[in-house]
Ligand binder design. Structure first.
Ligand code: PLP
Length: 313
C-alpha cells in the first residue's frame, strides 16, 4: 500500500537554525524529539522564547529566570543549571550564524523509564532548544493589525496556569482559525471572568486619554509586556495592570500587542471597527521606538560571539 501523505523530513524546506536535543547540537532540519516523551504526547512541557537582534540576545537572564519559574510551577526538575542554559542559548545562535531570530528552550517531563511507570515524579526531565528566523506576526501595508475578540475563552487560570509559559495552545489555535473565518489577521481571547486575557502568543495593551492599561489576569507575564511597562514608566506614562472589557478595547484611542516574536505592533481594527484614527497612535509609536532602542542597548542585551562556542560539540 502506498501512503500518499508520507513525506520525508528532508522534503520540507530546510530552515536556517540550530537544534539542541538534550545534549546534542544538530541542524534545525534534523532536530526531532522522541514520540514517547510526555512533552510531545501529553503536552507536559514548558518553554521560553528569547529574541535576538543584530547578534544581541535580549534580556537573557530575565527569560531564563521565567523559564525556571515555569518549570517550578509544572513541578519539572530543571534539566540543566542556569549557566549551562545560558551557554546553550549562546551556542544555538553562534552555531546557526543567524543575526536576527529567536531561541526556544523547552523542558519536557521526559520519557517513561519503563512502560509500567506512569508516575511523572519518577521521570527524568529533558531539555530541547532551537534557534530560527523570527516568525513575524505580520504587519499589513498600513502598519496596523486587524483583530477580533474571539468567542473561544482562554483556558481558565485555575486549570492551566497561564503565567507558566506552556504549550496548551488548543484555545489559542482555535481562536486564530476563527480570525481567519472572520477575515481578520489574529485574535484576542477573554478570560472566563469576561475580561480581556491575552492573544494568540501576545499580550494586549489599551491606551485611553494617555493612560496605558494591560490585563492583570489569565495571561502570561510577557517579557515584552514587562519591557513596555518599564518603558512607559521611563517616559512618564501611567501604566496599569487592570481588568479590561472588550468594550473598553473598542473605545480605546490606541491598541497594541507585545511579544518577543516581533516586539510591539499596533492594532488598528477590532471586530471590524476602526480603533482611534485607524493609524498607529503616538503613544504606541513612541513605545515601539524606545523598545527597539532597548533591544539594541548593551544594558539589556548579551553579545553573541560567533567565532567561539561556549560548549563542546
Ligand atoms: N502570551 C502568550 C500566550 C505567549 O505565548 C506569549 C509569547 O509567546 C506572550 C504572551 C508574550 O510573551 P513575551 O513577551 O515574553 O514573548
Amino acid at each position: 500500500m502506498t501512503d500518499m501523505n508520507a513525506r520525508n523530513d528532508a522534503e520540507f524546506a530546510p530552515e536556517p537554525g540550530t537544534g539542541y536535543i538534550n545534549g546534542k547540537f544538530v541542524p534545525l532540519s534534523e532536530a526531532a524529539i522522541p514520540l514517547l516523551d510526555w512533552g510531545f504526547n501529553k503536552s507536559d512541557v514548558v518553554y521560553d522564547g528569547i529574541p535576538f537582534h543584530a547578534g544581541l540576545i535580549f534580556r537573557l537572564e530575565d527569560h531564563l529566570e521565567r523559564f525556571e519559574e515555569s518549570m517550578d510551577k509544572w513541578r519539572l526538575p530543571h534539566p540543566r543549571d542556569r549557566e549551562t542554559m545560558a551557554d546553550i542559548c549562546h551556542d544555538l545562535v553562534a552555531r546557526s550564524g543567524l543575526r536576527d531570530g529567536i531561541i526556544y528552550l523547552c523542558a519536557t517531563r521526559g520519557i517513561p523509564p519503563s512502560a509500567e511507570i506512569r508516575d511523572p515524579a519518577r521521570f527524568t526531565s529533558r531539555l530541547y532548544g532551537w534557534s530560527q528566523r523570527l516568525p513575524q506576526l505580520g504587519v499589513p501595508e498600513d502598519g496596523g493589525l486587524e483583530m477580533i475578540v474571539s468567542k473561544v475563552p482562554r483556558i481558565p487560570q485555575s486549570s492551566v496556569d497561564a503565567t507558566a509559559k506552556n504549550f496548551h495552545w488548543g484555545d489559542l489555535i482555535q481562536a486564530r482559525l476563527e480570525a481567519n473565518d472572520r477575515g481578520a489577521q489574529n485574535a484576542i481571547l477573554l478570560g472566563h471572568s469576561g475580561f480581556v486575557a491575552e492573544g494568540v502568543g501576545f499580550n494586549v495593551f489599551a491606551v485611553k486619554d494617555g493612560i496605558i492599561r494591560t490585563p492583570e489576569h489569565d495571561c502570561l507575564k510577557g517579557i515584552t509586556r514587562r519591557t513596555v511597562m518599564e518603558i512607559a514608566e521611563s517616559l512618564g506614562y501611567a501604566c496599569q495592570e487592570d481588568n479590561i472589557t472588550a468594550e473598553e478595547l473598542l473605545a480605546a484611542d490606541e491598541l497594541f500587542i507585545s511579544s518577543s516574536a516581533g516586539g510591539t505592533f499596533p492594532i488598528t481594527s477590532l471586530d471590524g471597527q476602526t480603533i482611534g484614527t485607524g493609524k498607529p497612535g503616538t503613544v504606541t509609536t513612541q513605545l515601539h521606538e524606545t523598545y527597539w532602542a532597548w533591544r539594541n542597548s548593551a544594558e539589556f542585551t548579551t553579545q553573541v560571539h560567533y567565532d567561539q562556542w561556549a560548549m563542546s560539540a
